[in-house]
Design a protein around this ligand. Structure first.
Ligand SMILES: Cc1ncc(CO)c(N)n1
Length: 232
């Protein structure tokens, strides 16, 4: 199936994310607490926007069962993933609401969110947006499964974060795969290339998001004689 191809092409990017500082710090259970604070500030806003993009997606679907399912996903993203964030706040040792109160769209999270919005407004068919959104659950599920398969995390304070993503993504992935594969069957090669790029670019956005937090990336507007740091 078309989405199986996408996942095969995404694996090298996911392996690169696995070997980057953020996930390695999670595996060791000693990740810099400022990196977690930065991640939570950005991810709280990211999930709020992800929920809103689901509502744009719902307007594109005619699949009543699928629309009902996405209503549940909006609730999951807004209220369910908070459990994963709470594990991280506990690790930092600060109140979650205090950590996220001055969150902002740092360069890499801003770019990722706008990649999804662009597709939602540019294309009528939901599949283009879905391919930009699908790496969100898919990359996290694959990272969690790889970590759990390769490491014994007992005693690691961030184990509940890994456990959360090993189990909660299957039904969502099944819906996303169904919609995209149905569309891809009758899509032109040109359209399939756009679907493929949307998916792989969002896998790269996932990598940049973790590195953004590891580096505590900021917008730099005040620097003299230098271009605005785009967080690279
Ligand atoms: C940036 C990002 N990608 C994926 C997930 C998983 O939902 C998340 N919480 N944040």
């Amino acid at each position: 199936m078309f989405t199986d191809e996408l996942k095969k092409q995404a694996d090298p990017i996911i392996e690169a994310i696995y070997n980057d500082d953020f996930i390695q710090g999670i595996i060791r259970g000693d990740i810099n607490k400022d990196a977690i604070r930065h991640y939570l500030k950005a991810d709280h806003l990211y999930l709020n926007e992800f929920a809103k993009i689901y509502s744009l997606l719902i307007a594109k679907l005619n699949d009543r069962e699928g629309i009902n399912f996405l209503l549940g996903q909006i609730d999951f993203v807004l209220n369910g993933e908070i459990a994963a964030h709470q594990t991280m706040a506990d690790y930092v040792g600060e109140d979650y609401d205090v950590i996220i109160k001055d969150g902002e769209w740092y360069p890499s999270s801003d770019h990722y969110i706008k990649h999804m919005y662009y597709n939602a407004f540019r294309y009528d068919d939901a599949s283009f947006t879905i391919c930009a959104m699908a790496p969100c659950p898919y990359v996290y599920q694959q990272l969690a499964l790889k970590i759990a398969a390769r490491h014994e995390l007992t005693g690691n304070p961030l184990k509940p974060w890994v456990d959360f993503y090993t189990v909660n993504m299957d039904e969502l992935m099944n819906h996303l795969d169904r919609w995209v594969n149905n569309f891809a069957e009758q899509a032109t090669e040109y359209e399939r290339d756009i679907l493929r790029r949307n998916f792989l670019e969002s896998c790269v956005h996932e990598r940049r998001f973790f590195n953004m937090a590891a580096r505590q990336e900021e917008w730099i507007f005040h620097a003299e004689n230098s271009t605005i740091n785009s967080g690279n």
